[in-house]
Each structure stands twice: as structure tokens, then as C-alpha cells.
Design a protein around this ligand. Structure first.
Ligand SMILES: [Zn+2]
Length: 141
């Protein structure tokens, strides 16, 4: 698989496919690779972000299925895919402490970018629309 440029492949992917894929990416879940292939994502992109994951024994750091801890699973960790897309689009996002919060920031940046919005230098979100005004609740007065 030499020469496969995952960033380029993502940039060429139909935005509706990207939207469908990021929608399910929260800060915790590890998805089966097929989940994203079924949504239309190029198999080669999915392969790049498919990894072996291990539960660490804690509630949040472990994978669960029907109430049972799954010690290891091969799949796509939502934030891994979100970061890969953010990098492909060349977006700049703020770091956050919480995994759920970070995933939401990544999803919002990708959505804003796909909606044609620009990054606001004040609140660092992709919330500047065609009017040139930031639509973020953090900047709107
Ligand atoms: Zn702003």
C-alpha cells in the first residue's frame, strides 16, 4: 500500500460521506471498520485508522459489549478518525481536556469547514459565515 495518501483521499471524499462518518464518533467508542466502509468511506482510509485497542480496566478506558468488558478489539477509535480528517483538511483546533469535549470540538470544526465557514481568530471555532461575522455563542453579543 505504498503511495496511498490518506489526506488526499479524505479531501477527495464526498462531504456527505465524511458527515455521516463523523456523526457517530464520540470520545469513547471503538467501531468496527466495516461501519465506516458501509457509510461510503474508502477502504484504504479505514485501514489507516484501524488499530488494536485494549481496555485498561477502568470504566471509561475500557470497551464494553452487552455489559461485558471486552479486553481487546480491533477497530476504529472515533477520535483517531476525527483527527485524521482534521489534519487532512488542514484545520486548527483547540485542545480540550475531556475526551467527549475534544471529540465535539473536532466534529464541529469539520462540519464548519464543510459548511464553508472560516476559523474565528477570537474563539478558534469554524463559525465565521459568509457575512464575515462569527456565529459562535462565544463571540456573539
Ligand atoms: Zn468567534
Amino acid at each position: 500500500m505504498t503511495g496511498f495518501d490518506v489526506s488526499e483521499a479524505i479531501r477527495k471524499t464526498d462531504p456527505s460521506v465524511i458527515r455521516a462518518c463523523i456523526e457517530i464518533c464520540d470520545g469513547w467508542e471503538v467501531w468496527k471498520a466495516e461501519t465506516f466502509v458501509e457509510k461510503g468511506l474508502d477502504k484504504r482510509i479505514v485501514e489507516v485508522v484501524t488499530e488494536d485497542h485494549q481496555s485498561d480496566g477502568s470504566y471509561k478506558g475500557s470497551m464494553w459489549k452487552n455489559g461485558e468488558m471486552v479486553p481487546t478489539a480491533r477497530g476504529v477509535y472515533g477520535p483517531r478518525l476525527l483527527w485524521t480528517i482534521v489534519e487532512a483538511y488542514g484545520l486548527k483546533v483547540r485542545g480540550a481536556l475531556g475526551r467527549g469535549t475534544q471529540a465535539a470540538i473536532l466534529r464541529d470544526a469539520i462540519k464548519g469547514h464543510l459548511d464553508g465557514k472560516k476559523r474565528c481568530p477570537e474563539c478558534e471555532r469554524y463559525t465565521i459565515d459568509e457575512s464575515g461575522e462569527c456565529q459562535s455563542e462565544y463571540c456573539r453579543k
